[in-house]
Every structure is written in C-alpha cells, then in structure tokens.
Write a protein that binds this ligand. Structure first.
Ligand SMILES: Nc1ncnc2c1ncn2[C@@H]1O[C@H](COP(=O)(O)OP(=O)(O)OP(=O)(O)O)[C@@H](O)[C@H]1O
Length: 738
C-alpha cells in the first residue's frame, strides 16, 4: 500500500461555517503520478448495493459532524479529478491538471512536455484529487446538503462531466467504496436515530430520462411519465411517479438495486458501463416534532417537507462507433447543452444582466430541474474530469460549465407548513382515528362475537401497524452499532478523526461481526415485540384461528357442492344419450322385424300368385279352345241353317272335339263376315281380356321385386274367368311401418 497523505479534518466552529479540508502541504504535483497510482475500480452497481451495508455504517461513524447549510446563496461546486484510466496510461497521455497544495480550491493546467502551459487558473469550492476516496468526497461535497434536507430544505446533488470521468463512481461508488447515494441513505437514517424529538416519513422514488422520455424505474412495467405545471409558479409535477414509503436502509437499497437493474447502460468507446440516461434518485422527507404524550398526537403540527435529489447525469460525449449510442449521445448532448444554456442565463440574471427568457422548457432535464435551479433548493454539483491531456478540451468545457454554476444565485427556504396535505399529517390523523375506532369496538363489543367484527378489527389493526411502521422515530429505526461503540448513540463530536482503513482484514471481520450483532439485536427486539403482542392478546381462543377454521369448513362445503354439481350434469348427459340410443335401437329392431314379416308375406303371396297364374293360364287355354269350338259350332250351325238341316246342327259339346273343316273359315268369313267379325271381335275382346289379365299378372310379379311398391293389386277372384277356388292373398303390411 502506498503511503496515503495524512488528512486532518478541522471541526467547524460555527454552524454556518463550511467544513474545510486541509491537506498537509506538499509540492505541486501532477494529479496522477505513476508511482503508486490508484487504479480505476470497475463499477458493478449490483455489488455496491449488496456490499455497501458493510461499509456505510463504519464510514459514517468516522465522519466528522458536518453542519447543515442553514443558508446558502450559491451552488456548491466541486471538481473531482479521477485517477488515470488504463487506456489513458496505455496511450501515455500526460497529466494535464495540477492543484497546488497551498490552495485546494484552485486547479490549473500542468506544464506539458514542451514546457508550455495554459496560464488560466480556475477556482471552485473544492478540488477533489484522485487520491480522495468516496467517503471524503461525500463529507466535503454532499453531506451538508443531505443534513439540510433533513432540516426541511430542498437539496439537489448532481454529478456532471464528460463520459467516463467518474460520475457514477462518485454517486454510486464501488463495493469497497460506497458513493454519495448509499452514504446519504445511511446518513438519513443516522440522523433520524440522532433526533429523538422528531418523527419522520421517508419516501423514495427513482426515475431516468432516456432519449427525452421519463421512465419510472420503480414501477414494475417501467412506466413512462409525463410532466405538468404545479399550482405554484415554477412548480413541476411528475405525474404518476412511484413513491415508496421506506422504513429501513435495506428497503431503500433494495429499491435502488431494482432501479439500477432497469437503468439503461451500454458500452461505449470510452466506458464499458456508460450511463445512457440521466437518473434522478429522490428521497422525500417529512418530519415534525414527535408526539410527547401530552398533546393529541398528530394534529395540527408544523411539518417540514423537503426533497433530496441525487442526479447522475449521462456524460457529454463525442461521436462513437455505435449507431444506437450516437442517437442516445445526440439526446444526451442536446439536454446537457440546454442545461448549460439555462445555467448561463441564470448566471446572467444573478449578475443583473437583462435576461428575458430562461429556456427551461427546451429539454425534459431542465424542466425537471427547474424548481431547484430557479432557487428553491440548495445545490451541490460535482464536476468530474479526466486527468489526461487527451481529454483537455472536454475537461475545459466541464470547468467552464462549473464556472457558470458558481454564479447562479439560490434562495432556498426551509419549508415548514401546517399542511393537511402533508402525508405524515394524514397518516397521524388516520392512526388517531383507527386507535379511537378500535378502542370503541373493544368497549362496545369486547368478545368480538361476529366474524365480520373480528375481520374488520384485524384489518384495522394491520393498517394501524403499517402506518405506525412508516412513521420513523429514533427508536423505531433501530440502532447503528459500530464495533466497540455503544449502539444508537448520536454522533459524537469527540470522534472527529477521519480514519477508514478497509484494507485491514480485521476491520472487515469487525464489520461482519457488527452486522451479525445488529441482525441479532434486531431479531431480539422483534421477539420482544411479538411476546408483548402475544401477552396483550385476549386469552380466549384465537379469533384468527376460529375465523380460519370457519373459512376452511365453508370452503370444504363449497368444494363438495362444486363436485356434486360438476358430476350431476355429466351423469345426466350420459343417461340421456343412453336412453336415446336404446330407443333408437328398439325402433330399428321393430322395423327389422316388421320388414322380415313383410318379406315373408311377399314370398308367400308370390308363391300363391304364381300358382294362380298357372291356373289362369290353363283356363285361358281352355277358354280359347272353347271359343274355337263355339266359332266352329256357329259356322256349322250357320251352314246347317243354310242348308235347312237344322236337325243336323250339332250341339256345342259335340262339336268341341270336331276339327275345323278345311276352308271352312274362308267361307264363314265371306258368308257370315259381319257375324263372324262380331264373333271375332268378341273373341278378340276375350283374348284382350285374357292378355290384360296376363299383363296385370306380370305387372304384379314385377312389382314384387321392389319393397314398398306393390303396384296395383292383381285381380283376385273377379274377372272373366272367375274361379272361386282362386287363392286368398295375405294382407299387405301397413306402409306406415316404413
Ligand atoms: N475517483 C475514482 N477512483 C477510482 N476509479 C474511478 C474514479 N472515477 C472513475 N473511476 C473509474 O472510471 C471508470 C468510469 O467511471 P464512471 O462509470 O463513473 O464514469 P461516468 O462519468 O459515470 O461515465 P458515463 O457518463 O459514461 O456513465 C469506472 O471504471 C470507474 O471505476
């Protein structure tokens, strides 16, 4: 370890006096001598939030008391020069800046190799050299503002500088070296511990401004936010910003970690983890005299309301090799340019120059900062620069900006109001109301017989506990136990010596031991509280258990009911379907049965008709023979009549077997043409009848081939040759069956 310069911190004599860092005189030297040169530490914000709890308490306990800024008309401007980076060392860039040991407020360009140097000397409130760590940076450039915020002044701390110049390192820090934000958080709680006469309400918010869009880093969906004018002149409202009530440092750290994970960072040509957005971490602090038991707690007391905003600006930068980075860079540069313009206008105003318009509205960054820049806040700006000559131009630009800032006038006032809108007031009112309601309930209905009464009381109690836990007092925020020191005592003015040596293993072990002891103590206190709560409970069966049992049995009933109702419909559906199919099946079987019977009947009828047909055909032949015989008889009769041989006329029966004589037909035709033709017609009609009969019969046969179309019923029993012995057909089946 290289020898560190011995630093003495002189305690301020009056509250107004600003702390002043005295450095043991040493020769004018370059800010980054290669011998024992501090190396840049890589920043991983996740580690910072996990590890910083180990360090902040120790750091704070060893800080000298810093007075708050009861009055400050100017911006506190500090210049922090970081150690040279690896790339600057590789390039063998010369150290460009020196700060003489006799005046730690001055910074001037170093003599360069050719022996020339810029003569300009710059003066600021503080020059923080590369060997100064974050704890001392906090003490000199931020702590007074944090303490003032606790006392009711709005305070803004921001870091400005070229990309990779050390803004995030200064504000967030590194695992072994917590930055301004973690130290400020620890300090806020430390101040609460040290103020037994006051009660506090703390809320945290975290937003980023990326490419002119405001994003809420604490809302789960990274909500986009809008700005609007407030009721008071110059007031700017961030609509919908998430503000989380916080009870412990751990809670704030968790929120910060959450926000850091969502924050836009990206690699650039100059910084592997460059902030691509401006980030505002804000604590809103409300405080008032604590209830002392004699007055009605929480009513009509003056409340101090203030905000502490810590802003990590994105770095001004040159053109980079990435397209996306360039778009971001344009937005970043544009908003920083507007900030510069606003600052220079404000500086002109402070010098009584005629300024018509301050362009706050030209960028979201300046709109956000408007209330603070227009004088409503105490401001501390830490401008970070690189020590290397290659970055001289950017560093000069940063120093110019810082110079402008120094001329801006502020007029911050402590805000102390009897304001019913103060949240702490509303919480206290609600606490008082809840307590009164619970007391009333206890008097009116001590046994809490009904379930709804019990539930309501429990809800009221849990709300009451939640509200109480949000109102912080010196006893409720726990203790800050540093090894070897009594816990929770206010900062001792005797402990002025600045002494942090984190490199010693025993110091780290002591830190860890201290942390474990603190946790054990917190748990012991919690056990005591729980025991007391348990004792205070009525001895009757626990209302919560009864209520839960009630709930369980109701749920069981509901579940059983559900099951019943769920099964019922499916069973019914199944039954309906089964019934439907059984009916259908039965109907089909019946149809089958009827059709089979019908087919049998058709077969039988077919057989009967075939038989009848044969009989009819035989009769037909017979009838024809008879007809021939009649015709023959007629011709014989006619012949006999002609010849007068009437006695010779044979009987028809006798003639039937007599063959027709040759040529008899021709002579019959000639002589008895008309008669014969009549008889012929008669014969024809008989034949026709016979044919008709046959036709009808064959139609009927044909119809037997098709189901359901029987065709006209065959003549049965009636007709020319009616025979009473004709078969009786079976009755057809009713068509309706089909
Ligand atoms: N005072 C310091 N001591 C040691 N290391 C430092 C110091 N300042 C910066 N560094 C280192 O320099 C690097 C760049 O710093 P940082 O990221 O803080 O820059 P930045 O200004 O926030 O950049 P950007 O604007 O791109 O976000 C980091 O690796 C950091 O650890």
């Amino acid at each position: 370890m290289p020898d560190r310069p011995k630093i003495k911190v002189k305690a301020p004599t009056t509250p107004e006096a600003r702390p002043r860092v005295l450095v043991k005189p040493k020769a004018v030297s370059g800010l980054g001598s290669s011998n024992g040169r501090p190396r840049p530490l890589p920043i991983d914000t996740k580690d910072v939030w996990t590890n910083e709890a180990n360090h902040t308490a120790y750091v704070l306990e060893n800080l000298e008391p810093t007075p708050s800024l009861a009055k400050s008309e100017r911006v506190l401007v500090s210049i922090r020069v970081r150690p040279p980076s690896e790339s600057e060392l590789r390039l063998d860039s010369q150290i460009a800046w020196v700060t003489p040991a006799y005046d730690l407020r001055m910074i001037k360009p170093a003599v360069v190799r050719d022996g020339t140097r810029d003569k300009k000397e710059w003066f600021f409130d503080r020059i923080i050299d590369p060997e100064t760590d974050n704890a001392r940076t906090y003490a000199t450039a931020a702590r007074a503002h944090v303490l003032s915020a606790m006392e009711g002044f709005n305070a803004v701390i921001f870091a400005y500088g070229q990309t990779a110049s050390g803004k995030t390192f200064t504000l967030t820090g590194a695992p072994q070296s917590p930055g301004i934000i973690p130290l400020a958080i620890a300090d806020l709680f430390q101040q609460i511990r040290a103020s037994p006469d006051r009660e506090f309400l703390l809320r945290a918010s975290y937003l980023e401004l990326y490419n002119e869009t405001i994003i809420d880093l604490l809302s789960p969906d990274g909500r986009e936010l809008t700005l609007s004018e407030g009721r008071r002149k110059g007031e700017v409202i961030i609509n919908g910003l998430t503000e989380c009530g916080v009870r412990t440092e751990d809670e704030v750290r968790r929120l910060l970690r959450m926000g850091e994970e969502r924050r836009k960072v990206g690699g650039t040509d100059w910084n592997a983890r460059s902030s691509r957005s401006h980030c505002v971490f804000r604590m809103t602090i409300e405080s008032r005299t604590a209830a002392d038991g004699t007055r009605t707690p929480g009513r009509d007391k003056a409340t101090r309301i203030s905000t502490l905003s810590i802003i990590d600006l994105a770095g001004s930068e040159k053109h980079t090799s990435s397209k996306e980075r360039n778009v971001e860079g344009r937005h970043i540069n544009q908003s920083l340019l507007t900030l510069k313009l606003v600052i220079s206008k404000l500086a002109d105003m402070a010098s009584n120059r005629d300024v018509k318009h301050v362009p706050y509205r030209d960028s979201k960054l300046t709109r956000l900062l408007q209330p603070s820049l227009s004088g409503d806040a105490l401001i501390s700006v830490i401008c970070t620069i690189s020590p290397a000559a290659i970055n001289m131009a950017e560093s000069n630009s940063t120093l110019n900006f810082a110079q402008g800032l120094k001329r801006v006038m502020l007029s911050a006032q402590r805000k102390e109001v009897v304001d019913p809108e103060a949240l702490i007031q509303q919480y206290q009112n609600e606490i008082a109301d809840l307590k009164a309601q619970l007391r009333e309930k206890e008097v009116d209905n001590p046994s809490m017989s009904s379930k709804s009464d019990r539930v309501k009381s429990q809800e009221m109690e849990s709300r009451l506990n939640e509200l109480k836990s949000l109102i912080l007092t010196s006893s409720s925020v726990g203790t800050l136990a540093v090894p070897g020191t009594p816990a929770a005592r206010p900062l001792s003015p005797a402990k002025l010596k600045y002494h942090v040596d984190m490199a010693r293993p025993e110091a780290i072990l002591r830190e860890q031991l201290h942390e474990v002891e603190m946790r054990a103590q917190e748990q012991a206190e919690e056990i005591e509280l729980l025991k007391a709560a348990l004792d205070a409970r009525p001895k009757e069966p626990n209302a919560k258990i009864l209520e839960l049992q009630d709930e369980v049995s109701q749920l069981r009933m509901i579940a059983a009911d559900y099951e019943r109702h769920l099964r019922e419909p499916s069973r019914k559906v199944k039954q309906d379907v089964e019934r439907e199919w059984t009916d259908k099946h039965k109907r089909l079987e019946e149809k089958m049965r009827v059709k089979s019977a019908y087919a049998l009947r058709l077969d039988e009828n077919c057989r009967l008709l075939t038989d009848e047909n044969k009989v009819l055909a035989a009769r037909c032949n017979d009838a024809e023979t008879k007809l021939q015989a009649v015709i023959q008889w007629i011709s014989v009769t006619l012949e006999s009549e002609e010849e007068g041989e009437y006695d010779e006329v044979p009987t028809l029966t006798a003639l039937s077997s007599v063959p027709f004589p040759n040529g008899a037909r021709e002579s019959l035709d000639a002589d008895f043409g008309p008669k014969v033709s009549r008889l012929g017609k008669l014969s024809m009609s008989m034949r026709g009848s016979n044919r008709d009969l046959q036709n009808e019969f064959s139609k009927f046969r044909g119809s037997l081939g098709g189901v359901g179309s029987l065709g006209p019923a065959p003549p049965r029993g009636g007709g020319l040759f009616r025979d009473d012995s004709a078969p009786t057909l079976l009755a057809p089946v009713d068509d309706d069956v089909f």
